[in-house]
Design a protein around this ligand. Structure first.
Ligand code: ADP
Ligand code: MG
Length: 464
């Protein structure tokens, strides 16, 4: 890895490219690239999204290679790496290495530079967080904590799937606390960075300073705490940090991709501490909230996009707000480039990969049937057979219950998949839900199958 050289060569090549290209083209397509590293004869270049990547590969690759050969006297292979929203490194690399891009589309698409003092992204505020049923509880908890740190809920534990706004909401608390002057010393850090600093401190024998740094803050925001999984020494260290902050009435906020009890290899004493305060989940936003988020992002970028484009994106990208945003960016990049309104067909082509990823993210009814059949060791065909022995009836009811609570499928769709009536599905779901309250074995079985399907039991929605 050779970042310095990558920077130097790229800066030189940019001078050539600037001469060779129209200023507008240069600022739109070249100035937005950030040199990453050199590996062998490959120069890795960072771009914001895959749209830039494919456009550059199709249109500017030969020119870039020529410029690189001219400045370095050797041939380079180019690898474009997509690093969307990697704000801190991206902004820093950009400042060092390439001429300032003009305030064109890029300015509007990219988040503003983060507040380096706090390492908080200025865009992740309460006012830019769109609230809907899937996140209103977490949002209310975040507001309460920012009003009264260490008094309302301590610790605050926010969990949820990727791209559902955990980092955004956590940083929004940080901003709100700063604005209201409710804490003096605030620290936001990802758990991974914390671990790296810890290892560094161990090597440099500066563990005392490390401890001091984190045990003297008023508000500690630790992002992606699930990273502690299986790492015993940092868990031990964090246990003491947690205790000393908690005892001193300092606020601790953590995010995780799953509930503490489901983080593998997390010590029980940490699990219980993480659950002392308030645990809250961010769920997938419903259609209305997805539309509200898209409208908000559109206003934020000062762009105007046809409602039908927004509706198409909101209907098709359901599982991840980051992906939802990515789809909008892709659509507006395309429109600005072609200066044409987007037709539905063009939009479908443009978002084909995103839509495919979405489909993978959704669990299918047949995947649930398979997982349940495997768990109870029955045949898949039994799921839709008309036979009713108890050995089959219970697994079948469990499968219907999971289909209802883990997927957005309608009752008629589920009924068809099981070759049953709508009423049978409703009855099955109620029966499983009621029995789980009194039958811990059944509850454990449902939990095990959900985990195998990659879903936490907490993702189960009450069925009605
Ligand atoms: P996570 O940390 O859960 O993976 P992030 O907080 O990084 O997710 O969010 C991913 C992207 O989606 C960010 O750009 C964020 O601003 C945006 N986002 C997520 N939830 C919301 C929301 N409710 N309102 C507005 N933007 C959101
Ligand atoms: Mg995050």
């Amino acid at each position: 890895m050779d970042t310095l050289n990558a920077n130097a060569i790229w800066t030189q090549a940019c001078k050539h490219l600037q001469d060779a290209l129209h200023a507008d083209v240069y600022s739109r397509w070249i100035a937005v690239i950030s040199p990453d590293r050199i590996e062998g004869d490959t120069l890795h270049l960072g771009v914001d999204n895959d749209f830039y990547q494919s456009w550059l590969e199709e249109h500017y690759l030969p020119l870039i290679c020529d410029a690189l050969r001219a400045v370095s006297g050797q041939d380079w292979k180019i690898a474009f790496n997509v690093s969307p929203m990697d704000l801190f490194t991206h902004a820093a690399a950009q400042a060092q290495s390439t001429p300032e891009p003009s305030r064109t589309l890029r300015e509007r698409l990219m988040p503003r530079r983060p507040d380096t003092r706090l390492q908080l992204n200025p865009k992740y505020t309460m006012s830019s967080f769109v609230v809907g049923p899937a996140n209103s509880f977490a949002h209310a908890a975040a507001l309460a904590v920012s009003e009264a740190p260490a008094k309302a809920y301590n610790p605050l534990f926010i969990y949820g799937g990727t791209g559902l706004g955990k980092t955004h909401l956590m940083q929004a608390i940080g901003h709100a606390v700063v604005e209201k002057n409710r804490a003096r010393h605030i620290c936001y850090i990802t758990c991974e960075t914390l671990l790296n600093e810890y290892i560094d401190a161990l090597q440099k024998r500066s563990i005392t300073e490390f401890r001091k740094r984190y045990r003297t803050v008023d508000l500690l925001l630790i992002d992606d705490i699930h990273f502690l999984s299986g790492k015993e020494r940092i868990q031990e260290e964090f246990f003491h940090t947690f205790n000393s902050l908690f005892d001193a009435h300092k606020q601790i906020i953590m995010t995780s991709d799953r509930p503490a009890s489901e983080i593998n290899g997390l010590e029980q004493r940490l699990v219980s501490r993480f659950e002392w305060g308030l645990v809250t989940e961010l769920e997938r936003p419903d259609f209305e909230t997805r539309m509200a988020i898209l409208r908000f992002k559109q206003r934020e970028m000062s762009l105007s996009v046809d409602e039908s484009v927004l509706t198409f994106i909101a209907e098709n990208v359901r599982s991840n707000v980051r992906r939802l945003e990515g789809a909008l960016v892709r659509a507006v990049s395309f429109m600005s480039l072609t200066q044409q309104p987007l037709t539905l067909d063009a939009l479908k082509r443009l978002l084909r990969d995103t839509i495919e990823e979405e489909q993978h993210a959704e669990i299918s009814l047949s995947a649930i049937q398979k997982a349940v059949a495997a768990h109870y060791d029955i045949r898949l065909a039994d799921m839709s057979s008309i036979a009713r022995p108890r050995s089959i009836a219970v697994p079948r009811q469990v499968a219907m219950y999971l289909c209802r609570s883990l997927t957005p499928s309608s009752l008629p769709d589920i009924a068809t998949a099981f070759n049953k009536t709508h009423g049978t599905v409703i009855h099955a779901c109620r029966a499983v839900q009621n029995r789980m309250d009194v039958d811990s074995d059944l509850r454990r079985q449902v939990q095990d199958i959900s985990t195998k399907l990659g879903k936490s039991i907490h993702a189960l929605e009450p069925v009605s």
